[in-house]
Design a protein around this ligand. Structure first.
Ligand code: GLU
Length: 375
């Protein structure tokens, strides 16, 4: 994908902040999410895929929990999230004719290679089945050590795990300004940002929003993660009616943080240089031709041998004719793979006692998680 052209996106993550879900800070409203849902419907009709990262569970559950006078305790907040999450999901579901799915995750889940692959597979499977994934942090279990902490950064991590082309962060501000618009009448909105430098961070003041966790800093952190990985990112004002009709018409709105490199080359770099391969698969000529010629996923049928010690989600090299031709993330552990290599996918269940997913996830390495070294 041409990074200078954001309009040809195929898969988007839309982050919707608490200020849009629960504008008064204590219950859900569909006022601002209806235009977002309409944009999502239009995008889906155009053949695009959309994943929502939604905040608002704590705000939506606020009225349900009796709180101490001396401020809200962690348990009270987690209870608000538990009850509010249902209200937030019901509110979204009312806006769509298709089904919505709830995914609650923590940073701990994204850090764990096996769970990371499971999240990736679940999102993939939901999208294939025309279901809208709606993701939030699992606030009721999240402790300081395992939580992302804010949904801006969570949305960036979701954009990475789900292989999105674009991230839209919908908030109650128009975008990034060159000065604080609340105190400086001459402050100007920056239409685009080429690189997120220290000077750009210096433009972000403290959050003014009492409902949401994030402020401008977390949005910039999110945009830094995504743009470095080839994902164009926008901060847009979700309270402004025109925002979504403009986005539907591929018109620029808010602040566009430009992807600094191509998504594929960023992924290639990550797989090739950042990850350490924990094993190696030797493949046959048929598999080599399928990988190089057709951009196919790697199936068990074409694997001759497996070496090394790896678990699900680890990076592994692919060798053909004594040459490493690719690297990818394995869907299976070494022990599992040893039992199924050379076999047809239809036999997996009787050999392993389980099937990883539906017919869509029988690959040993999915082509989305694979880089070819000489392409
Ligand atoms: N996960 C929190 C909630 O649902 C929101 C975090 C955030 O707004 O950044 O209330």
């Amino acid at each position: 994908m041409n990074t200078q052209n954001w309009t040809n996106w195929q898969r988007a993550v839309i982050k919707v902040g608490s200020a849009l879900i629960a504008p008064n800070g204590d219950q859900v409203s569909d006022q601002y999410i209806l235009p977002i849902a309409q944009f999502i419907n239009e995008s889906r009709l155009a053949g695009k895929e959309v994943i929502i990262v939604s905040s608002g569970s704590v705000a939506a559950g606020r009225n349900e929990i009796n709180c101490h006078d001396q401020g809200v305790t962690i348990a009270e907040k987690q209870a608000m999230a538990a009850v509010g999450q249902v209200k937030m999901m019901e509110n979204w579901q009312r806006c769509f004719d298709v089904s919505c799915a709830q995914l609650l995750i923590t940073h701990g889940d994204l850090r764990d290679r096996r769970r990371y692959v499971n999240i990736k597979n679940t999102v993939r499977e939901l999208l294939i089945n025309n279901i809208i994934p709606i993701i939030n942090e699992n606030d009721t279990v999240a402790t300081q050590e395992i939580k992302v902490g804010d949904n801006d950064n969570l949305a960036a991590l979701v954009a990475l795990v789900s292989d999105a082309d674009v991230l839209f962060i919908c908030s109650d501000i128009d975008g990034l300004y060159d000065a604080d618009p609340k105190t400086n009448r001459n402050a100007k909105l920056l239409p685009s940002v080429d690189a997120i430098t220290k000077d750009i961070y210096a433009l972000a003041g403290d959050t003014q929003n009492k409902i949401a966790t994030g402020g401008m800093i977390t949005k910039l952190q999110a945009a830094e993660k995504t743009t470095n990985n080839g994902i164009n990112t926008f901060i847009v004002n979700g309270k402004n009616e025109n925002t979504f009709s403009k986005l539907s018409n591929n018109q620029h709105v808010g602040t566009w943080f430009k992807a600094v490199n191509n998504k594929d080359s960023a992924k290639k770099q990550w797989l090739q240089y950042t990850l350490h391969a924990s094993g190696k698969l030797v493949i046959d000529e048929g598999a080599q031709a399928a990988l190089l010629g057709n951009g196919a996923s790697l199936l068990a049928k074409g694997i001759v041998s497996a070496q090394g010690d790896f678990v699900r989600g680890d990076a592994i090299d692919i060798e053909y004719n004594n040459e490493i031709i690719a690297r990818g993330l394995s869907q299976y552990s070494k022990a599992e793979l040893a039992l199924i290599l050379g076999k047809d996918s239809a036999e997996f269940e009787s050999i392993l006692g389980f099937r990883l997913g539906s017919k869509h996830t029988e690959e040993i390495i999915h082509r989305d998680d694979l880089v070819l070294f000489n392409s």
